[in-house]
Design a protein around this ligand. Sequence first.
Ligand SMILES: [Zn+2]
Length: 50
Amino acid sequence: MISDKEEKDKKAQKCNRCGARGAVYHQMGLNLCRRCFREIAAKMGFKKYE
Ligand SMILES: [Zn+2]
């Protein structure tokens, strides 16, 4: 049985790295907020995603 809370958490956009909710990117299977995405992207060489 799935509780209402779990259902909500499933749909919530949450950053995989810092847990921030809100503006989260889902590109390339990543669930990262703007801030973390920029850091990760820079490390991985995705400079075009600035
Ligand atoms: Zn983050």
